[in-house]
Design a binder for this molecule. Structure first.
Ligand SMILES: NC(=O)c1ccc[n+]([C@@H]2O[C@H](COP(=O)([O-])OP(=O)(O)OC[C@H]3O[C@@H](n4cnc5c(N)ncnc54)[C@H](OP(=O)(O)O)[C@@H]3O)[C@@H](O)[C@H]2O)c1
Length: 281
């Protein structure tokens, strides 16, 4: 099975379904990535903050897929956005993943305490050295994304953001579209919250699909790249079985109408001392 792709500003293609790997480690992530590769996924989403790049690297080394067939994304933590730290973080991620280059390297979260221009200069350097094929951001608002586009010499290919039927972010999505920034849906299943939605369940029944398939199909029909995470072989296989059927426009519209502006993880409060941000003095 071939998963369709979305074109990035560089001309590269990103498979529209990727395997999410947040919050899984050890044998769980090994098994999840192995099953995903066997099921036809070629796109893996990880981050230095997920602490599982080493395990993913082991699976990739053992699997018979060629590196050129894969699309690997990693992310640099907001505490590591100073110039030298970005270079070091990337080198460490490459080492753990056992590869010479990343297809996509993202700023995991914006960090208002470190110059974005400095971070993007480091990204440009990684890009010029061939260590990073595409540069992007994650969890950036339209304002932060506009700043990134303004100061970056390498194209900002992607904004990876929380996106699902309960959190559709129309203004941010519109700004991404206007600037040719591909959208990746982090937590595309709202960490299962949206799977119990009555309308989603009704549509799933109508098409004889799972609620997860309906939610993922709805996103890919908008050219949004989805990154579902699962530890279940059945779910992993089901989450990529999206391309021999489609939603009709009335059902697509019913899901469009579910927006509640309700984030699961990208809530306004930030704790600058925590593991994710870690930028206090
Ligand atoms: N850039 C960022 O800051 C950021 C933030 C969040 C997420 N992400 C990326 O996006 C990925 C996905 O987000 P996420 O892991 O937070 O949440 P998610 O993919 O929205 O949801 C994961 C949950 O859904 C369940 N699930 C998966 N497929 C299912 C199915 N077919 N039916 C029923 N339940 C299903 C999983 O349980 P089972 O294991 O039982 O299937 C798991 O509990 C992450 O892993 C990460 O790669 C990035």
């Amino acid at each position: 099975m071939t998963v369709p792709s979305v074109a990035l500003r560089s001309g590269d293609s990103i498979p529209i379904v990727g395997s999410g790997t947040w919050d899984i480690g050890d044998e769980t992530v090994r098994e999840s990535v192995r099953v995903a590769l066997d099921a036809g996924y070629t796109h893996i989403d990880t981050a230095e903050g997920y602490m599982n790049e080493g395990e993913i690297g082991e699976v990739l080394a053992d699997h018979d897929r060629d590196r050129q067939e894969l699309f690997l994304t990693s992310k640099v933590l907001p505490s590591n956005l100073a110039y030298d730290s970005v270079i070091e973080s990337c080198d460490a991620s490459l080492d753990r993943l056992g590869t010479d280059y990343l297809d996509l390297y993202l700023i995991h979260w914006p960090n208002p305490a470190i110059s974005l221009r400095e971070t993007l200069h480091a990204m440009e350097r990684l890009h010029d050295r061939g260590k990073v094929r595409n540069v992007g951001v994650s969890n950036f608002s339209a304002f932060q994304l506009s700043c990134a586009h303004h100061v970056s010499d390498v194209p900002i290919a992607v904004n990876q953001i929380e996106f699902h039927p309960w959190f559709q972010r129309p203004k941010l999505v519109e700004y991404c579209r206007e600037t040719g920034t591909a959208i990746e849906a982090a937590a595309p299943l709202a960490r299962t919250e949206v799977l119990g939605d009555e309308t989603v369940r009704e549509v799933a029944e109508e098409y004889d699909k799972t609620p997860a398939q309906v939610v993922l199909r709805w996103a890919v029909e908008k050219d949004v790249v989805v990154l579902p995470k699962s530890t279940s072989g059945e779910h992993i296989r089901g989450n990529v079985a999206l391309f021999d059927w489609e939603l009709d426009s009335a059902d697509r519209q019913r899901i469009d109408e579910l927006d509640r502006d309700q984030p699961i993880y990208d809530t306004p409060a930030r704790d600058w001392t925590g593991d994710v941000y870690g930028i206090s003095q």
